[in-house]
Design a protein around this ligand. Structure first.
Ligand SMILES: NC(=O)c1ccc[n+]([C@@H]2O[C@H](COP(=O)([O-])OP(=O)(O)OC[C@H]3O[C@@H](n4cnc5c(N)ncnc54)[C@H](OP(=O)(O)O)[C@@H]3O)[C@@H](O)[C@H]2O)c1
Length: 370
């Protein structure tokens, strides 16, 4: 990674957003950990100073650290002003980008980061955004020696690192993995913030659906209530669920109920604290020396990644630990920079150990020769 002396190791861009506030708290928590990085210099960035100050004050109160607001930098930066993005990027080693939908807001940040020699991590759940960034910017990022690592939240760190963990735990060559996601909501259902929901809708829609969406003045983002989600869905079905539950697509809306909006101020965090997820991986492959050509796979392994609520607890943990890995485990990253998925960037690093310490637990459930 192109490491230069910059005022801040990390800058949380979009810290005033619903997810950004939790990422801000998580950076502060990382800094307070006795085994963590007390010398971490960091800042929050966004377009409204007052909102950023309030986020720092709330984090200070929550973490019992009154001096926090005076220790953290504030950078004013708006996506619509390229100069402000350059200015932010120049001050950071890594930008943690929490401003979505990435389909609309993500590219200028990637561009500014690459041009200014800054690495960038995002929590996009929009696969086509990461793919587009790869095709447009991989080469330029490599030339600059910076790492642009997308989808480093719940989407897709547990899935990506879970497959890598499974591969490391099979005594041979892993050739296939099937994974299942269980989302456990508390009695009040799952909490999905409007901003996150909007990104999911925009992120999954194709061009025609997007056109329709733009013409739908009455489309209101709605949190999904967990009743039906308590069942086990294969991961791919879970992804599709987002589009199934978009009313204007005329799909099954019975999984969606309108509930109270979860606002930053006076946030009732109980639905978040009550939730958790489990991702289970069934891997199969061939033991060392077993001929692949004419035989069925002869070894199996079942692994799990378990963690707290996906969107606003697991996501900030994953994002911040990805950033700490990028800062501290440089020799195990791909040798040149570029645009990467989390699995491609972190396969050889200690990210899984870091996540385990923070409550995203990776374990082997069973392993057998068949
Ligand atoms: N991967 C995952 O599992 C996962 C989990 C959670 C969230 N996410 C993603 O995180 C993103 C944010 O979600 P959210 O619920 O936190 O949304 P949100 O509350 O609406 O936050 C959006 C943020 O973007 C900022 N912003 C908007 N326009 C801007 C501009 N022109 N210049 C600078 N900043 C601007 C907002 O700033 P203001 O406060 O000034 O309006 C706010 O800080 C979404 O894309 C979502 O999909 C992913």
């Amino acid at each position: 990674m192109a490491v230069r002396q910059r005022p801040f190791h990390l800058v949380v861009f979009g810290a005033s957003g619903f997810t950004g506030q939790f990422v801000t708290e998580e950076v502060a928590r990382e800094q307070m950990d006795p085994e963590g990085s007390s010398r971490l210099a960091w800042a929050v960035a966004g377009r409204c100073r007052e909102k950023l100050q309030r986020v720092l004050e709330r984090a200070a109160q929550k973490l019992g650290r009154p001096t926090l607001p005076s220790e953290v930098g504030i950078i004013i930066c708006d996506i619509t002003t390229p100069g402000s993005l350059d200015e932010m990027a120049r001050q950071a080693t890594i930008v943690l980008n929490c401003v979505g939908p990435y389909r609309f807001y993500g590219e200028p940040v990637v561009k500014a980061c690459i041009e200014n020699g800054t690495s960038c991590i995002d929590i996009s759940g929009e696969p086509q955004f990461l793919e587009l960034m790869y095709w447009k910017y991989h080469q330029k990022a490599a030339e600059k020696g910076v790492y642009i690592i997308g989808s480093s939240g719940f989407d897709s760190i547990p899935a990506d690192m879970g497959v890598i963990y499974t591969s490391n735990k099979i005594n041979g060559t892993l050739t296939a993995v099937e994974s299942f996601l269980t989302i456990n909501s508390g009695p009040e259902g799952l909490c999905i913030h409007d901003g996150t929901w909007k990104s999911a809708v925009y992120g999954f829609g194709n061009q025609n659906q997007l056109k329709k969406l733009r013409n739908q003045s009455n489309l209101k983002p709605v949190p999904i209530v967990g009743a039906k989600l308590k069942r086990r869905w294969p991961v791919s079905y879970c992804r599709e669920l987002s589009s199934y539950s978009i009313p204007f697509l005329g799909a099954d809306v019975s999984v969606v109920k309108r509930t109270q909006r979860y606002l930053h101020e006076n946030l009732d965090q109980s639905p978040i604290d009550a939730a958790s997820f489990t991702m289970t991986f069934f891997g199969q492959g061939y033991s060392h020396g077993c001929p692949i050509e004419d035989k069925k796979p002869n070894i199996r392994v079942c692994t799990q990644v378990k963690g707290p609520e996906a969107g606003y607890i697991a996501t900030p943990i994953a994002m911040v630990q990805a950033a700490m890995t990028l800062l501290n485990d440089v020799s195990n990253l791909p040798s040149v920079g570029g645009v990467f998925t989390p699995g491609a960037a972190f396969a050889k690093t200690k990210l899984i150990d870091r996540l385990n310490k923070r409550g995203l637990e990776f374990s082997v459930i069973s392993s057998s020769e068949v």
